[in-house]
Design a protein around this ligand. Sequence first.
Ligand code: GLU
Length: 434
Amino acid sequence: MAADSNYGTLDPVTGEWNGIILELLEEKADLGIADLSITYEREQAVDFSLPFMNTGISILYKKPQKQPPSLFSFLSPLSVEVWIYMCAAYVGISLALFILARQNNKSYRLTPLEWVNPHPCDPNPKEYENQFNFLNSTWFTIGSLMQQGCDLAPRATSTRMVAGIWWFFTMIMISSYTANLAAFLTIERVESPISSVDDLAKQTKIKYGIVGSGSTLAFFRDAKIATYQRMWQFMEANNRSSTPQMPGPYVKSNMEGVKRVQDSKGLYAFLMESSTIEFFTERKCDLTQVGGMIDSKGYGIAMRPGSPYRAAISQAVLKLQETNRLLILKSRWWKEKRGGGACKDEGGGSSAASELGLANVGGVFVVLVCGLGIAIFISLCEFSWEARKIVNEEGDSFWKGMLREFRSAVRTSGNTKPVKRRYGSSVARSESKL
Ligand code: GLU
C-alpha cells in the first residue's frame, strides 16, 4: 500500500500523481501490485503488465431483507382489478338470475317455468311461487362460486343458461386462483429499492460513493454519458455539503466503503469494482452486488516506464492464465481461504416445500372470525327484531321482554318447538312461508 494509501490519480490542475503511481515515478517502488486498474491516463505515466484479472464498476449494496408473506396473501393470486370484476360479475349474475326468473305474468311469459305451484296437491292454486327471490339468487351464485352448490336449481332455459355460463366462469376462475395460490402463500418477497445504476441515478434518498483516488473516480469525472455525469454531479454536491456528522461520498479505501454500506441501513450504496465486490460478498453475507458492470477494465502490475520486468511479468501472467492457475488462485483466495465461502448456505432451501405457518394463512382465520362476528351480529338483530314484535304483543318493557325471550330461546332443548299461534297473523304468515 502506498504511504498516502491512494491508488493513484492525476491532479488535473497541478499535473501531479499521487498514491502507487507517484511512488513508482519517484522510484520509491519498483512494482505496483494491487487491485490497480489499467487506465489510459496511468498508461501515459507508467508501464503495465498484461491484465491478470478482468473487472468493471458495479454497485455494492445491503442485501434486501426477505419480507414475510402478508396476512392476506391469499388475495394475491388475483390482481385487485380481477377481484373487483369478480365482485361485479357476482352482483350482475345474481341480478340477472333474479330478473330472468321473475319475468312472468299472464301477458309476458318469458320463463314461466320458474313460477311453480307451491302446493302440488292443489290443482288450482291461488298463487304461484318463484324460488329465485333476490336472496336466493345471491345464495345460488355464491354457492357455485365457492364450488359448493345449493338446493336451488333453475328450471327455465334462460335461467339455466345464466347458471351454466356462471358455472363455466367460476370453474375457470377457481382453477386459475388455485393454480396460483401455493406460490403466493409461500413466497417471501425480496424487494430492493434499486436494481441498477439507473435506479441509483434517478433517486436521491440513497446516497452513493466511491474510492476518492482511483479509476472509478476518474471514470465518473470524465464520463460522457448523461446518467454517469448526473451521478458525478450528485456526488460532488454531496462532497461540498459534507459535515463531520454527514461525511461526503468519497472514502479512502474499499474497506471503508464496505463498512459504510454495512452501517448505513440501506441509505448508502458503494460503486466498486465487481471482482472486489465478489470478494467481499463471499464474506459479508449482508451485502450483495446490484446490477451488472457499467464498464470493463483489467487489473495489471504497474512499473516504472521502461522497466526491465515488464516482458517477463506479462509472459508469466499469460502462462498462469493459459494453465488456469489464475482461476484456481482466484477461487482459492476468494471462495475458500480467509473467510471466503461464508455465505454459501445463504438462501438455500427457499425453493424446498415447507409447511405453511400462521403468517402464511392467518388471513383466512381473520376472514373466518370476521364472518362469524357478522353472522352473530345479524342473528342478534334478527332476534331482537322478532322478539320486539312479540314483546309489543305481550306488553312487557323492551329489555324485560327481550330477556324473557332470550331465556326461553336458550332453554329450548331439542330441535323442535311448539308453534305459538297467539302472536298474531304476521307470525303465522311467516311460519306458513317457511
Ligand atoms: N482499482 C481502482 C484503481 O486502480 C481502485 C478502486 C476504485 O477506484 O474503485 O484505482
